[in-house]
Ligand binder design. Structure first.
Ligand code: DC
Length: 230
């Protein structure tokens, strides 16, 4: 089968990136975490004093976009890609609650989105990628050969995010994480620019009760069926 684009969209902390990484490894495809790109813009805005007292002006962020260089580099140790912002590895810095608190608002800025979408399309021009996010199947790659829409129970999602942050040594409060997820779901589904919504041709994957292997098998079966259809 010639290389395809796999677009994975869904709510925050539904395990999109875990599945996307496993699939990319299995297929020897590149994995692109589009959320990390919006997190980089948010981190840059925080580091450069553009977010003050929980407020920011889009007019201050937009002109800095040409100075924000984002790339992904494969890490042989973790067997996945790390995110680099202006040549600094920010894989850890972009996962803080401080970034999470602002990222949905920053990613709602029209100019931020069009800049990121142009970069994402460039990264996918040769296909052979798995990209996860919120608008990949609906906007970035509307013609992606395989589209998934992931969802899971809110408490399962919260516990997964708590465990993930704890495993990285960041000790967090369950309710605080849950509120952040609820707020991000609301912001992501209600924004004007390309809100999170299921593409008509996306396959829904509710992984509340599925382990990682079961999810990977589910997608590999879909790919197999896709191949038979060709
Ligand atoms: O996938 P994530 O949680 O790292 O994404 C962080 C935020 O970025 C998320 O709250 C919404 C935004 N995002 C987006 O608007 N569009 C994407 N394609 C990916 C992420």
């Amino acid at each position: 089968m010639s290389p395809i684009i796999v677009a994975i969209d869904g709510y925050s902390s539904c395990g999109k990136s875990t599945l996307a990484k496993a699939l990319a490894n299995k297929l020897s495809y590149a994995y692109i975490d589009s959320g990390a790109m919006y997190r980089c813009v948010t981190l840059y805005a925080l580091q450069n004093g553009m977010i003050k007292d929980k407020n920011f002006l889009p007019e201050e962020i937009i002109p800095t976009l040409p100075y924000i260089h984002i790339r992904f580099q494969f890490n042989a140790h973790s067997k996945t890609s790390d995110t680099f912002l202006n040549d600094i590895n920010v894989e850890r810095n972009i996962r803080t609650l401080e970034v999470a608190d602002f990222v949905s608002k920053v990613s709602a800025i029209k100019e931020v989105r069009s800049h990121m979408v142009a970069l994402q399309r460039k990264m996918g021009k040769n296909k052979g990628i798995v990209m996860d996010g919120r608008d990949i199947g609906t906007n970035v790659f509307p013609k992606a050969e395989l589209k998934l829409f992931m969802t899971a129970d809110m408490d399962v999602r919260t516990q997964r995010r708590v465990d993930e942050l704890n495993s990285k040594g960041m000790h967090v409060n369950y309710e605080e994480i849950k509120n952040n997820l609820l707020q991000r779901d609301y912001d992501d589904t209600h924004r004007k620019e390309n809100p999170l919504t299921k593409a008509a041709d996306a396959v829904v994957l509710d992984n509340s009760e599925l382990n990682k292997e079961e999810q990977l098998d589910f997608v590999l079966k879909l790919m197999h069926d896709l191949m038979l259809d060709k």
